[in-house]
Design a binder for this molecule. Structure first.
Ligand SMILES: Cc1cc2nc3c(=O)[nH]c(=O)nc-3n(C[C@H](O)[C@H](O)[C@H](O)COP(=O)(O)OP(=O)(O)OC[C@H]3O[C@@H](n4cnc5c(N)ncnc54)[C@H](O)[C@@H]3O)c2cc1C
Length: 274
């Protein structure tokens, strides 16, 4: 399990990282915590010829009050999300879900930017930012642009980021006082979700998103529409699979996954006050 040979360069600033991406093009990959990219490289499912290390860009590691939102730097590690007082007060579902990612070692290395950019449908945080309606900030050679979380996921391990763009910030709406729930079903503690659900209920509006129920993180529009139409949590949960394309794997058949999604959506809506 040894990766193919690669060159390594450490970026000293976000601008240098973007310049290096521009210079090396498709051959290059950013590396932040390395907890998703390195396993792929060891399996030879990814073979970048240049690794651009952004893991020490401390300028992009922060949790700040942005007025109507909390601004989270893309290099913020899961552990810092989990223990952030600001997130605990204003966006508790994100702090809680970050505390459910892997084990303490993973949470001390992995970053929110890496988790979102990796676009793994089995990851926890993409569903949370979808349910919250967060905005992602990307910076490239021609400047900065914002991308709604709903527009960010394009396919399996595929995001809306261009090859020369760096994800720099995640803007998460403040939802202090809102109902929320994060349901993660796994067979072993600290494991990936077989199915997960993030739900937020704020002033009568809902955001619900699913983990590991398709090739991308899924926004459960059918559930949200049912809730908006006055359905009970139980009736809305019948729509849990409307927008999903569950796959079978070693952990669950399509039928079991679909059943889990309905049960977990109902529980999430009830816990969030649906
Ligand atoms: C044993 C183990 C258990 C895990 N369990 C879970 C779990 O239960 N739930 C869960 O959600 N995750 C889990 N993970 C994944 C973990 O959360 C990773 O840390 C995370 O998915 C990726 O973050 P990273 O910083 O390590 O990214 P990296 O591996 O460094 O990068 C991942 C991808 O994102 C790109 N990237 C990184 N940063 C940026 C950026 N700022 N801009 C643009 N592109 C960028 C890289 O080029 C690469 O393609 C687990 C990982 C391991 C090893």
């Amino acid at each position: 399990m040894i990766p193919a040979a690669f060159d390594y360069v450490r970026a000293e600033s976000p601008d240098e990282a973007i310049a290096l991406l521009t210079e090396h093009g498709d051959e290059a990959k950013l590396i932040a915590g390395g907890h998703s990219l390195l396993p792929l490289m060891k399996l030879r499912l990814a073979s970048p010829s240049v690794l651009i290390d952004v893991g020490r860009l401390s300028d992009l590691s922060y949790v700040r009050d942005g007025g109507d939102h909390v601004a989270v730097g893309a290099l913020t590690r899961h552990r810092d999300l989990e223990t952030s007082d600001l997130l605990g007060q204003q966006v508790p579902i994100l702090a809680h879900a970050a505390g459910q990612v892997g084990d303490p070692q993973v949470r001390h290395r992995g970053t929110i930017g890496g988790s979102l950019a990796h676009a793994d449908p089995a990851s926890d945080l993409p569903a949370v930012v979808l349910a919250l309606g967060a905005t992602l900030v990307a910076r490239g050679p021609s400047g900065e642009r914002t991308i709604a979380a709903r527009d960010f996921y394009r396919g399996f391990l595929e995001s809306a980021l261009e090859p020369d763009e760096l994800l720099t910030e995640i803007r998460v709406p403040k939802v202090a006082g809102a109902g929320w729930s994060f349901q993660k079903f796994n067979r072993r503690a600290q494991d990936w979700a077989i199915v997960g659900v993030a739900a937020v209920r704020n002033n009568g509006a809902s955001g619900v998103a699913l983990v590991n129920m398709g090739s991308t993180p899924i926004f459960a529009q059918g559930v949200v529409d049912a809730m908006a139409g006055g359905a009970s949590a139980s009736d809305a949960a019948d729509h849990a699979v409307d927008d999903a394309e569950p796959q079978s794997d070693i952990n669950a058949s399509i039928e079991f996954r679909s059943h889990l999604a309905r049960v977990l959506v109902r529980r999430a809506l009830e816990e969030a006050g649906g």
